[in-house]
Ligand binder design. Structure first.
Ligand SMILES: [Ca+2]
Length: 152
């Protein structure tokens, strides 16, 4: 883990120690850090990190040219066996036709801290600074005999 960088492991680390509560701002726009004429084309990837067999990722479709109030309205279902060890990471990307897609903002938290119902996920920049943006999600967790399902 590189504490001077802003890599994926740092993002996971921020999330791991979030149980004591973080702070954030409510807002609804996705801003870029670098000035450009391109309007963002956002999509969201959700990663589940935990035991190897629980690692999963899903992504939404791209909403083109809308960094202000994109709506995905999609359902993701994750089948999780060891929820106590799971981190859920929400990452908003800007889809780019040239080069790799940029991360706009993200948030990572332990699965066990997520409450069901409608929630605002307070996004952070890649260096973990708070942003004014949130992801508005609906979370449903169903406990089965030996599996757990989280629907977002
Ligand atoms: Ca773009």
């Amino acid at each position: 883990m590189n504490y001077q960088g802003c890599d994926d492991y740092m993002a996971l680390n921020y999330g791991r120690f979030l149980d004591n509560g973080g702070c954030g701002y409510v807002g609804q726009y996705l801003a870029r850090r670098v000035a450009t004429r391109d309007i963002v084309d956002p999509y969201v990837k959700v990663f589940i990190y935990g035991v190897d067999s629980d690692y999963q990722q899903r992504k939404t479709r791209v909403v083109e040219d809308n960094g202000l109030n994109p709506v995905w309205n999609e359902t993701m279902v994750f089948n999780i066996t060891v929820p106590e060890l799971c981190l859920v990471r929400f990452v908003v990307f800007d889809s780019d036709t040239i080069g790799s897609d940029d991360i706009l903002a993200s948030f990572c938290l332990p699965l066990t801290t997520i409450q069901t119902g409608y929630r605002h996920i307070h996004l952070r920049e890649v260096d973990d600074d708070p942003t004014y943006s949130t992801l508005f999600v609906h979370v449903d967790i169903q406990h089965n005999t030996d599996d757990q399902y989280a629907v977002l």
